[in-house]
Ligand binder design. Sequence first.
Ligand SMILES: [Zn+2]
Length: 123
Amino acid sequence: MTKLSQSELSPWIIGLRGKCPHCARGNLFGGFLSVNSSCGVCGLDFSFADSADGPAIFIIFIVGAIVVALALWVDVMFKPSMLVHLALWIPTTIILAVLLMRPFKGIIITMQYRLSAREGKSE
Ligand SMILES: [Zn+2]
């Protein structure tokens, strides 16, 4: 499918909302992380959408920085036992990672569409 026109909305906003990168109205996701085969509004084929491990890399850096900073702050301020640290930071890490996965996948797929990024090929 050829690109007819692109939405004026920021790819960040469209990705965060999980909307179609072309029309910004159809839903990109059919499930929590599964991508629909095409847009229900404009018909854009989503077969190009392959974010691979891109979202995970950003989430590792962001969640890692947040959790490590919080763990250091809590340790300095309250000196809790290691069990308290484990009880705090393991669930926090899992919850933050799961909450950020869908928005980051949406942003990366939208950027992939906007920048016409695709797999490299040697010709
Ligand atoms: Zn669309």
